[in-house]
Design a protein around this ligand. Structure first.
Ligand SMILES: N[C@@H](CCC(=O)N[C@@H](CS)C(=O)NCC(=O)O)C(=O)O
Length: 239
């Protein structure tokens, strides 16, 4: 049974609170791919807009993404991505519940959220784990770099080159989520050696070519004109 039959109104009124090139980009892409109407509300974390009282009332953790569903805030990328996918089962943005493929999609998303994202956070925001002590922060960053290299290698080894997308022949929210952290691997704040990742690169290039991805990245870059790796060709996109 799809959530559609349980929802008081379909489609629900959706508003996504995102920050450009943050992990919220995955939810932003998923919404665009869903075909459901939504409002995209920018909360630029670089300007601390996520710390204003109005946003904290919606999400007391002050993080993006937040998806407001008929006014009810839902946080955590994995929950949001799964929710969006389940709204439109015909789009196959997640495999059907009760299948091994569905469990695999969650396996991917948990790995991304709990390990890959956390490795980046150690590098970009070492104070999260090291406090304000400079030496502790440097150590967190160094370990974060090692962890990032390890998880990028793991992802590379788990991507099957016979598949078009991460979980098979169909684009899913897992791809949207992987796309974000591929872009991050080219961030100028990363100074450690990272492993070659040709499968991940090929996947990211395929994802970037999707019209929904082009549209969302274009929209986000009007809020903040972020850099992209040279080989991610968003030719229809204007910053
Ligand atoms: N586990 C959360 C993490 C959310 C998160 O850390 N978001 C970052 C952006 S990628 C953020 O909002 N950072 C701003 C802050 O923590 O102040 C998820 O997957 O949605």
């Amino acid at each position: 049974m799809s959530d559609r039959s349980l929802s008081p109104t379909f489609p629900p009124k959706l508003a996504l609170y995102f920050s450009p090139k943050a992990c919220s980009l995955a939810s932003h892409i998923a919404l665009e791919e869903s075909g459901i109407a939504y409002e995209a509300v920018s909360v630029n974390i670089r300007n601390q807009e996520n710390r204003n009282a109005e946003y904290l009332r919606l999400n007391s953790g002050g993080t993006v993404p937040t998806l407001a569903i008929d006014g009810q805030p839902l946080t955590e990328s994995q929950a949001i991505l799964t929710y969006i996918a389940d709204l439109v089962p015909e789009r196959q943005l997640m495999p059907r519940p009760g299948t091994l493929a569905r469990a695999r999609a969650h396996e991917w998303m948990n790995l991304i959220s709990s390990s890959l994202h956390v490795s980046y956070r150690s590098i970009f925001r070492p104070q999260t784990y090291g406090g304000e002590d400079q030496a502790a922060m440097a150590q967190v960053q160094q370990q974060g770099g090692k962890n990032l290299a390890k998880y990028l290698s793991l992802i590379e080894s788990r991507l099957d080159p016979a598949n078009t997308y991460a979980t098979g022949e169909t684009f899913t929210v897992v791809d949207a989520y992987l796309f974000v952290f591929y872009l991050w691997s080219y961030d100028e704040r990363i100074h450690c050696e990272l492993p070659e990742r040709p499968r991940y690169r090929a996947l990211a290039e395929r994802i970037a070519a999707r019209p929904a991805v082009q549209k969302v990245v274009g929209r986000e870059r009007t809020v903040r004109a972020y850099d992209l790796p040279d080989h991610i060709l968003l030719d229809k996109v204007t910053a």
